[in-house]
Design a binder for this molecule. Structure first.
Ligand SMILES: O=C(CO)COP(=O)(O)O
Length: 248
């Protein structure tokens, strides 16, 4: 197994207040987080600057979404330039809630990936199948197609982490089993080998998201092709520290 740095992101989604952000940040700042793990917190955009200003610098900050251009008449949107201006280094793109709640497709997601990377942000790019797609046996077809749209817009893979988040496992308490996660991650790595390069296949971090908790993270983290997590609900709680340290 190539040595890939473990990567754990906390996607706070549309949760929190200034007070709860302060409380969570004080827990994270005081915690002993494994040195060999990249830790990234993704607060709602309105708290990006605030979270960045109080988080320990060893914890990175991500936005949860952005638009595909630097500025202009796009009411309600934020740009990668603004995210960087708030001190954040990463953006989550293609999250299933953007795809399924807000109807954002592969093409727009790809354009956002290209612009975010051009603007100097790192990208956590998300893919994942719905329950119907899994039951129809099309998981690989779906995640390969989503990954292709992302790959078409990436020149430098060092700045990209791929998050496999099966839609049926997000916020449902139904985690993919370690074997199910490993199977898709291994297949995705094979896709990179066949369609991008051996070097990228060996180096790209493929992280898992979907009902990750302190109780299930260690077994998932022990899988060869699981290089970290994108955590929703549990990232709002002190147990996020245990998930960060799942490989420690
Ligand atoms: O969507 C997710 C992270 O981006 C996962 O959310 P949950 O951990 O709440 O299932």
């Amino acid at each position: 197994m190539a040595s890939r740095r473990f990567f754990v992101g906390g996607n706070w989604k549309m949760n929190g207040t200034k007070e709860s952000v302060e409380e969570l940040v004080s827990v994270l700042n005081a915690a002993s987080l494994h040195d060999e793990t990249d830790v990234v917190c993704a607060p709602p955009s309105i708290y990006l600057h605030f979270a960045r200003s109080i988080l320990d610098p060893k914890i990175s900050v991500a936005a949860q979404n952005c638009y595909k251009t630097a500025k202009g008449a796009f009411t309600g949107e934020i740009s990668p330039a603004m995210i960087r201006d708030c001190g954040a280094d990463w953006v989550i793109l293609g999250h299933s809630e953007r795809r399924h709640v807000f109807g954002e497709g592969d093409e727009l997601t790809g354009q956002k990936v290209a612009h975010a990377l051009d603007s100097g942000l790192g990208v956590i790019a998300c893919v994942g199948e719905t329950l119907e797609e899994r039951e129809a046996g099309t998981t690989e077809e779906v995640v390969y197609a989503q990954t292709q749209f992302i790959a078409d817009n990436v020149k430098d893979w060092d700045k990209v982490v791929l998050a496999y988040e099966p839609v049926w496992a997000i916020g449902t308490g139904k985690t993919a089993s370690p074997e199910q996660a490993q199977e898709v991650h291994q297949n995705l790595r094979g896709w990179f080998r066949a369609n991008v390069s051996d070097d990228v296949a060996d180096a790209v971090r493929i992280i898992y998201g979907g009902s990750v908790t302190a109780a299930n993270c260690r077994e998932l983290a022990s899988q060869d092709d699981v290089d970290g997590f994108l955590v929703g609900g549990a990232s709002l709680k002190p147990e996020f520290v245990d998930i960060v340290n799942a490989r420690a």
